[in-house]
Design a protein around this ligand. Structure first.
Ligand code: AMP
Ligand code: FES
Ligand code: ZN
Length: 309
């Protein structure tokens, strides 16, 4: 197989694009996909400060590298979730990446800074670990971006992730979530702008990118995520993609063009009527008396046995 760009020997094929690339042209392809996503969705403007949430995995470390390659001013944020050896190791990869390149990594540790770990939170609130984890991450990402004055918070969600989340939301017709599912969530009072610059790249492309760039990343998946619904959706979509390459991308981008505008009002309604959380100030659905706690502070209160509820 020959490289689509330079006709040299190809080393990576991208079936969705019916194309193959040599190493240097594949890296160029990845940068172009990210540059296009950033431009098409107006994610990051020149000179803005970006905080990249990095888990130590291929997607987020690849994203940090790609943003720097494209000339963006991007620091990293690692959140210690307290998931045993998995967290220790993922933190090590994030630190090593930053250290080797002389980059700034902001660290927040759920246990040391907020008094509980994801397993504690899940147990106390009788929630699935991934739900306690997702809630905590979203809260810490937003709080840290605002506290440190970043313009944008970027996460490593890729095409496969976004297609799987969309699939799940469609299967249950979660109209509020569908209205919020977009590669850019604009800033609002108490909310930093959130962007997903990897929406045009698949999981396999990110893995190949990291190998070609010599980026070491944690390969193991989170031990608490085994068998969760999201992985089932990914497997189902992979089976369809195998037969019809390009289906995932047309599912996601067709939704963004033609479906999302129909649900945007549901998400806007949810953002209205928010009040600052009594404890941390994060926007949260009000109780009419100005005494509401946000979901994160409620989880923390349960997990640490501090105050209500
Ligand atoms: P996940 O929710 O594990 O699918 O991860 C989605 C994105 O969230 C990743 O691509 C990262 O950008 C970010 N992320 C996940 N875990 C962490 C973590 N422990 N610290 C910082 N960012 C994270
Ligand atoms: Fe959140 Fe596994 S990374 S539960
Ligand atoms: Zn709060």
């Amino acid at each position: 197989m020959k490289c689509r760009r330079c006709r040299d020997r190809a080393v990576v094929d991208v079936r969705r694009h019916n194309a193959a690339f040599c190493g240097p042209c594949f890296l160029h392809h990845c940068r172009e996909q990210v540059r296009r996503a950033i431009d098409d969705f107006d994610m990051i403007r020149p000179g803005e400060r970006v905080l990249v949430a990095v888990s130590g995995g291929k997607d987020s470390l690849g994203l940090w590298d790609l943003l720097r390659e494209l000339g963006h001013d991007a620091d990293g944020l690692y959140v210690g979730l307290g998931i045993g050896a998995y967290s220790d190791e993922s933190g090590r990869y994030a630190r090593e990446f930053a250290h080797a390149r002389g980059l700034k990594l902001v660290e927040v540790d759920l246990e040391a800074d907020h008094g509980f770990s994801v397993p504690d939170g899940a147990r106390a609130a009788r929630r699935a670990p991934c739900s306690a984890c997702g809630l905590s991450k979203r809260h810490v990402f937003n709080e840290t971006a605002i506290a440190h004055g970043y313009d944008v918070l970027a996460t490593g969600h890729n095409l496969d992730d976004e297609a799987a989340v969309l699939f799940g939301n469609v299967l249950r017709w979660e109209t509020g979530y569908l209205g919020r599912q977009h590669p850019v969530l604009p800033a609002a009072p108490g909310f930093a702008r959130k962007v997903k610059p990897l929406v045009r790249l698949g999981e396999r492309e990110l893995a190949a990118y990291c190998v070609l760039r010599g980026i070491d990343y944690i390969v193991e998946e989170c031990p608490m995520a085994h068998g969760n619904r999201h992985l089932g959706y990914k497997e189902a979509l992979n089976a369809i993609e195998e037969r019809s390459p390009g289906t995932k991308a047309s599912f996601l981008f067709g939704f963004l063009e033609r479906g999302h505008p129909r649900f945007a009002a549901d998400a806007r309604d949810e953002r209205e009527g928010l009040e600052p959380c009594l404890r941390c100030g994060a926007p949260t659905p009000g109780d009419g008396r100005g005494e509401a706690l946000c979901a994160f502070c409620r989880l923390q209160a349960r997990a640490t046995g501090s105050g209500r509820p």
